[in-house]
Design a protein around this ligand. Structure first.
Ligand SMILES: [Zn+2]
Length: 420
């Protein structure tokens, strides 16, 4: 073991001690009138006395960072070199950024660290961005197909000559303002903090010992927004907006597994977002890392097996019940926090919402955003084995402009057997 490693392992500072309250840490006033008054979120490990938040950066990857430090690959006192890392487009502050209740799961100033808190950085505070913006081109087989079939046209602007789609993309790390999170869930903040502490095996003692720290950077997955067209049009209710809010489904999204409609719905959303941008509107796809209804893939695969092995085979009638039997809940995605990303862009009106989920629709409208049209997935894009999911969702109240099956008809919608 190198000396470096030994040094790191040799002392542990317990964050739960009250002497960890330092006067050097800057206050956070969530929803304040300007960025300076709001104060930067400081979750650095290198200068513990400056911390004003619980947890640390990089969401779920924070554990890998710890491993990199453990094996000596990563200098513990590393400071990010932020030169040239800024956004290629201007992301303008919106009225929602100054409202303590519109965004509670992300830091609205997360992409503006250098502009807003440059003085603090010069003074030595280690402040890191929690939002980053860049641009890219998407090469997607379903989009190439849409071009070939004449549904989309190469215009040299939104769709480049090679058929790739130009996008601006924005990555968000989770930053939770605990009083706001508690209020959104309708629970007491102290109770929420206690449950978060207990149910993660006691991960962050400050949740219970430091009620003065109101911000938590939880070690959970991040979110990415893909914008088709001008990012500044998102906040203009006069400009047509087509939007899909998509929860991760790795099996379908990446590998094309056919038990659900996730990838076809996602690529249909991308096609419509592209087309809307080409027509002078703007498109938005938001991709949330909430695999398997935020229950994870292990749970999800267990549920698939249970669904297919149950008496009568996989059926729409018992679709939700099997998940609850295995996981304890049907769904853990907490759509209550999903609209925060839409609020970040100042969205007040969605002309075409690509989602059949009532939970998503209700969360969006409750956050004050008007939804004009709800767009369900066209029947010809639904894989045969995914009919079970589709009919179950429709019967459970998901949005559709088509027929809703019930009782015996619902029993008749069955999927492929396990080894088939
Ligand atoms: Zn899926």
């Amino acid at each position: 073991m190198s000396n470096k490693k030994f040094e790191r392992a040799s002392h542990v500072v317990l964050t739960s001690h009250s002497n960890q309250i330092f006067k050097e840490s800057l206050p956070i006033k969530w929803g304040a009138d300007n960025a300076k008054e709001r104060g930067p979120v400081i979750a650095t490990i290198s200068e513990k006395e400056n911390r004003n938040a619980i947890g640390t950066h990089s969401g779920s990857y924070t554990v890998y960072r710890a491993l990199s430090i453990a094996n000596g690959d990563f200098p513990k006192d590393h400071r990010p070199e932020l030169e040239n890392t800024h956004s290629p487009v201007e992301v303008k502050p919106q009225a929602s950024w100054f409202d303590p209740e519109k965004m509670v799961a992300i830091d609205p100033w997360g992409a503006h660290i250098q502009e807003m808190y440059g003085d603090y950085i010069k003074e030595g505070y280690n402040i890191k961005p929690t939002i980053a913006v860049t641009q890219a081109r998407l090469h997607i087989p379903e989009i190439f197909d849409a071009i070939e079939k004449g549904r989309l046209e190469i215009d040299g602007d939104i769709i480049a000559k090679d058929g790739s789609v130009k996008v601006t993309k924005v990555a968000f790390e989770p930053v939770w303002y605990l009083p706001g999170i508690a209020k959104r869930l309708g629970v007491d903040e102290g109770e929420l903090r206690k449950i978060l502490f207990n149910e993660t095996g006691g991960m962050f003692p400050e949740l219970v010992t430091r009620p003065d720290l109101k911000v938590l950077l939880p070690p959970i997955g991040s979110t990415t927004a893909y914008i088709f067209g001008d990012i500044n049009n998102l906040s203009n209710p006069e400009v047509e907006l087509s939007c899909r809010v998509h929860d991760e489904c790795n099996g379908s999204d990446v590998f094309g597994s056919d038990i659900c409609t996730c990838r076809p719905y996602l690529t249909y959303g991308i096609e419509h977002a592209t087309k809307t941008a080409q027509n002078g509107g703007v498109g938005l796809i938001v991709y949330y890392r909430k695999e398997g209804r935020a229950l994870g893939e292990v749970t999800k695969f267990l549920v698939y097996n249970a669904r297919k092995r149950q008496e009568g085979g996989d059926s729409a009638a018992t679709y939700f019940k099997r998940t609850e039997c295995v996981a304890g809940v049907e769904d853990a995605r907490f759509q209550e926090f999903m609209p925060d990303i839409l609020q970040y862009f100042g969205i007040t009106k969605i002309h075409n919402l690509h989602s059949m989920s009532n939970m998503k629709y209700d969360a969006i409208t409750k956050s004050g955003i008007e939804v004009v049209n709800r767009v369900s997935i066209p029947d010809d894009l639904i894989p045969a084995d995914a009919q079970v999911e589709m009919e179950a969702k429709k019967a459970a109240g998901y949005f559709t402009d088509g027929e809703i099956k019930d009782g015996n008809d619902l029993d008749k919608v069955v999927g492929r057997e396990l080894e088939e």
